[in-house]
Design a protein around this ligand. Structure first.
Ligand code: NAD
Ligand code: GLY
Length: 358
């Protein structure tokens, strides 16, 4: 087992990573001060697979709350339901929540923990690649509003993150590949060696070989932890984690979140950002081709022939991260390094979207 620390002063917390660490979750969570009555929040796919195993290692029988699986259930109504369950079971300010599931469960359970009794402790046991390389670390929690994704939420850091790669064995292949887009993203923004590893070991990683998966998960958590430690509330640096996301969010919105998984939209967005960077003279054609080939090796999309350029552009302008209509882009200037730009001409953005139709 490897242990990392997210360095946030007296709110610092450990990330435990290894094969089979779920079996040690009981003692790891006690070490992380998660004592008192526990509520495990999971979903209707993950619960039947792993909730009983987790209950056994936690000792005292925890309350198990099972949300319906799926992004469409990441709603405020679930927070009210969860808080009702916590109250009925007698949870109080000394209790804690354990999120067992993907990013949806982590975001909803984390926000319930942030809200219940004005904030109780929680831990993350992520079960998807998205959650293991990204969402379980960093303390962003929340739900969607019909008018916008992730528009209601809170920063609430967990007390511990327990990452067991063996839980990924039951994850559907498409979900796994989409999650790996975020690990490739971490390579492009911060670590050329991680990117090269992702290129070289695509076969073993896509096949779910835990030995091949360890490095992308570990490095992703290290990169994300370092960024969060420096800029917890996204006043500056943390925005680099949104590489590919300005285009990606536009694509998700224009398809009403139905056609592409988030990681697939991010892959399209990364390719568009690469093409745009080349047009701006920030990277060369070899960079764009290398990134394209790597995303493709993971079965991720880099083209969408029917992309409605004007509508996507309009939605990108209204994204919650676009301030006063100014779009912010994270743009590579070499492999392993990105810069933030708010000065990109709309014609360059449009051309990059056009390139996705090719
Ligand atoms: P998800 O939680 O919906 O999980 C995807 C699907 O896989 C679901 O059907 C789920 O039930 C199933 N599943 C999960 N683990 C499984 C397992 N081990 N075996 C079998 N099935 C399993 O989606 P996700 O991709 O994990 O997360 C996406 C969400 O994460 C989005 O809502 C996004 O906004 C959020 N997110 C948050 C952050 C953050 O920093 N808080 C970062 C990235 C993404
Ligand atoms: N996934 C982006 C962030 O956590 O800031």
């Amino acid at each position: 087992m490897k242990t990392l620390t997210v360095d946030l002063g007296d709110r610092s917390y450990p990330i435990y990573i290894g094969e089979g660490v779920l079996g040690e979750a009981g003692s790891l969570l006690v070490q992380a001060r998660l004592t008192g009555a526990l509520a495990v929040v999971t979903d209707s796919n993950v619960g039947p697979l792993y909730a009983e195993r987790l209950s056994r290692v936690l000792g005292d029988t925890p309350l198990i709350c099972t949300l319906p699986a799926g992004e469409e259930h990441k709603r405020l109504a679930q927070i009210e339901w969860l808080c009702g369950q916590f109250l009925e079971a007698g949870l109080d300010r000394s209790s804690a929540v354990i999120a067992l599931g993907g990013g949806v469960v982590g975001d909803v359970a984390g926000f319930a923990a942030a809200s219940f009794m004005r904030g109780i402790r929680f831990a993350q046991i992520p079960t998807t690649i998205v959650a293991q390389v990204d969402s379980s670390v960093g303390g962003k929690t929340g739900v969607n509003h019909p008018a916008g994704k992730n528009t209601i939420g809170a920063f609430h850091q967990p007390e511990a993150v327990v990452i067991d790669m063996t839980l990924l064995q039951t994850l559907p292949g498409r979900e796994a590949r989409a999650g790996l887009a975020e690990a490739i993203k971490h390579g492009v923004i911060a670590d050329a060696e991680l990117f090269a590893f992702m290129e070289e070991h695509a076969g073993a990683i896509v096949a779910g070989d835990p030995r091949a998966l360890e490095r992308p998960i570990l490095r992703s958590c290290e990169i994300k932890s370092a960024v969060v430690a420096e800029d917890e509330r996204e006043h500056g640096l943390r925005a680099i984690l949104n590489y590919g996301h300005t285009f990606g969010h536009g694509i998700e919105a224009v398809t009403e979140y139905k056609r592409f998984l988030h990681g697939e939209a991010v892959a399209l967005g990364m390719h568009a950002a690469g093409v745009m960077a080349e047009a701006l003279g920030m990277v060369d054609a070899a960079f764009v081709e290398r990134q394209r080939a790597c995303l493709t090796a993971y079965g991720l999309p880099v083209t969408w022939r029917d992309l409605p350029v004007a509508e996507t552009l309009a939605l990108m302008r209204h994204d919650k991260k676009a301030r006063g209509g100014t779009m912010k882009f994270i743009v590579p200037d070499r492999l392993g390094h990105v810069v933030q730009r708010t000065d990109i001409a709309e014609s360059d953005v449009r051309n990059a979207l056009e390139a996705l139709r090719a």
